[in-house]
Design a binder for this molecule. Structure first.
Ligand code: HEC
Ligand code: HEC
Ligand code: HEC
Length: 465
């Protein structure tokens, strides 16, 4: 439990019983002590003088396993800059506190991690400390990777040391504002919001012997094992909570298991709730549709867009079928937040009629006059808008974003040539966009609130540099 959580859980009586002055002093002393420990307990003992030599080469299987896990963890999404060498870092991650630049994690002995031991690598993943003891910023999702097992960390290490070419590219200094650029601030942040996980083993999916199949108890055990594996992937390497969980003002996820949806910091995209069937919850879907969505980026009535399309194209499309089944099992086991019953929203009929006209002119040729979408060669090529949660979600941020900027579903082996959605930023004005979104949110049985031109303007501002 983090310090912030302990404080929240302390009974109100305990919290108010001490005089405020004494209490603050006590807290101050405690914090100074703990922060000091955090800052000085950082031995830089994990560096080797030499790079690894060939005699220490791990097995090809281990390197291969590490390569797979690097895809699962989507390391390349952050550590490979656009047009840059694989894993040489230098990509800016924009946070509300300034820009953080990713590190060179190739085996280069000067600029990369070529002198790191497996222990140092595990410490970075598990505790968010660099080999020299420096505290790392949580823009590196170690609050998730802390759940990764030592065994998986070692496989990743084997891959980065032996499967990735070294690149002599220096690291770039972060551009964080004061005080966020200090180790002291990080120490305090970690004290409040970061708890390293208990070292654990990765749950594996064990196939039940054929003779036992069908027997109730064993099936349950198998399902439990599947869900546990899914949880391990979603919480750990998959770092789904990095986008799908809410953050507090200091950028910490409030609870990484509460995947209740969040506006992504610095990007005008909303990562919908995985616990709400009206948003991104998949508890009522056939399992194979969940697997298809993560593997190919499309499923009946859904298609991945924006930052999620990137997650699919760089990561989940490569997950093994067993791991996708496990992830689906976990996502389907998430507690469901019950949506309150609601009245049919009232829509201004003139606005609706204007939206209907615009839809017929600009959209129906692709999405169908009834918003039914279209399949090409058996797979979803043009998403249906009727009954599509991306259209009816309470937050219209993604919808406006897609209309303004267009986009592609991810290109995957299962859907190699996705059709594109053209941008309408220069075709339709804010009023038009508001009318057409209002229309698609209320037509064909869809029931979602109207969108105003002011809403659109707000998202447009997020879009233009
Ligand atoms: C969401 C972006 C993101 C993802 C995904 C990510 N990293 Fe990073 N990583 C960072 C950032 C940013 C830093 C720099 C942190 C700092 O310097 O404070 C970093 C730093 C590191 C470091 C420390 C390097 C050093 O010199 O101290 C290691 C090791 C590392 N990442 C490994 C990985 C691995 C392995 C994966 C995939 C399993 C991964 N990262 C995925 C953003 C990311
Ligand atoms: C970089 C941020 C990010 C990460 C990491 C991320 N997501 Fe998403 N996700 C989004 C956004 C934004 C959307 C909304 C856009 C869309 O619907 O495609 C979304 C949508 C979804 C949807 C709903 C798709 C639909 O249209 O019904 C599912 C399911 C989902 N994500 C699952 C996951 C899982 C599982 C993981 C972890 C393996 C994950 N996401 C990781 C940002 C992210
Ligand atoms: C040339 C064909 C084409 C036209 C014209 C077009 N779209 Fe699309 N639209 C697409 C494709 C392809 C996608 C899938 C892109 C993706 O997943 O990123 C899409 C995605 C969408 C989505 C997101 C669906 C989801 O599941 O994430 C919405 C909403 C949408 N379009 C609305 C509209 C509206 C409204 C118009 C008219 C103003 C329009 N489209 C015009 C092809 C088109």
């Amino acid at each position: 439990m983090t310090l912030a959580q302990r404080w929240q859980r302390a009974s109100p009586v305990q919290r108010v019983f001490i005089a405020p002055g004494a209490f603050l002093a006590l807290i101050a002393v405690l914090i100074v002590g703990l922060v000091t420990i955090e800052l000085i307990a950082a031995p830089a003992i994990f560096q080797r003088a030499e790079a690894l030599n060939d005699a220490q080469k791990p097995s090809a299987e281990l390197v291969q396993r590490g390569e797979y896990l690097a895809k699962v963890g989507n390391c390349a999404a952050c550590h490979t800059a656009r047009g840059g060498q694989p894993f040489a870092g230098g990509k800016a991650i924009h946070t509300p506190f300034g820009a953080v630049y990713t590190s060179n994690i190739t085996p280069d002995t000067t600029h990369g991690i070529g002198r790191w031991s497996a222990q140092a690598f595990y410490r970075a993943m598990h505790e968010g400390r660099s080999a020299d003891g420096r505290l790392l910023t949580p823009a590196f999702p170690y609050p998730n990777y802390t759940h990764v097992s030592r065994e998986d960390s070692d496989a990743l290490y084997a891959y980065f040391m032996h499967g990735v070419p070294s690149v002599a590219q220096p690291n770039r200094a972060h551009e964080l504002g004061f005080p966020y650029n200090t180790q002291l601030a990080l120490a305090v942040w970690r004290l409040l919001f970061f708890d390293k996980a208990q070292p654990n083993n990765a749950p594996e999916i064990v196939a039940a012997p054929a003779i036992f199949q069908g027997s109730g108890g064993l099936k349950d055990m198998q399902n439990a094992a599947l869900t546990a594996r899914g949880e391990y992937l979603v919480r750990g390497l998959g770092h789904c909570s990095a986008c799908h969980a809410q953050r507090n003002a200091l950028g910490a996820t409030i609870n990484d298991q509460l995947l209740s949806g969040a506006l992504m910091p610095m990007q005008d995209w909303y990562a919908p709730s995985l616990m709400d069937p009206r948003q991104a919850g998949v508890m009522h879907w056939p399992t194979q549709d969940v697997v298809a969505l993560l593997k190919t980026g499309v499923a009946p009535n859904a298609s991945m867009a924006g930052p999620m399309a990137e997650v699919v194209s760089k990561s989940t499309q490569y997950w093994s079928d067993a791991d996708l089944q496990a992830t689906a099992a976990y996502l389907q086991s998430l507690p469901q937040t019950t949506a309150p019953a609601r009245d049919k929203p009232r829509v201004n009929p003139q606005f609706y009629a204007r939206g209907e006209q615009l839809f017929a002119k600009h959209c129906a040729s692709c999405h169908g006059t009834q918003g039914e979408g279209a399949k090409v060669e058996g797979s979803v090529a043009l998403p249906a808008l009727a009954g599509n949660r991306a259209v009816t979600m309470p937050t219209a941020a993604n919808l406006v974003r897609i209309l303004l900027a267009g986009g592609y579903a991810p290109s995957t082996a299962g859907n190699p040539r996705p059709f594109g959605m053209p941008p309408f930023v220069h075709v339709l004005n804010d009023e038009d966009i508001a009318a057409v979104t209002t229309y698609i949110r209320a037509a064909w049985g869809n029931q979602a609130d109207a969108v105003s031109a002011a809403d659109v303007l707000q998202h447009r501002k997020g879009l233009l540099p």
